[in-house]
Design a protein around this ligand. Structure first.
Ligand code: SF4
Length: 75
């Protein structure tokens, strides 16, 4: 399962993130007092920690591919 940090990164890249009604109770607050986006406070995140439109894994895979790309040593 994805870590809390990963779930935040996923949510920032996700075009479908939408705050759940109880988001302010379950979320960390950023330095400017705003609620930090995370899958954990998204309406699409289910009680068994899955995205109900199956985007978490897709975005994690894309992030992993970007990392691979950046880590290639071109010299
Ligand atoms: S739970 Fe799904 S829709 Fe919501 S931010 Fe995460 S990946 Fe996106």
């Amino acid at each position: 399962m994805a870590s809390k940090e990963q779930l935040k990164k996923v949510a920032y890249r996700c075009s479908q993130h939408k705050f759940a009604n109880n988001a302010s109770m379950t979320s960390s607050i950023g330095t400017l007092g705003q609620i930090e986006k995370s899958c954990e406070n998204c309406v699409h995140f289910t009680s068994d920690h899955k995205c109900d439109i199956n985007l978490t894994d897709e975005i994690l895979t894309n992030m992993a591919m970007e990392l691979d790309y950046k880590e290639i040593d071109w010299h």
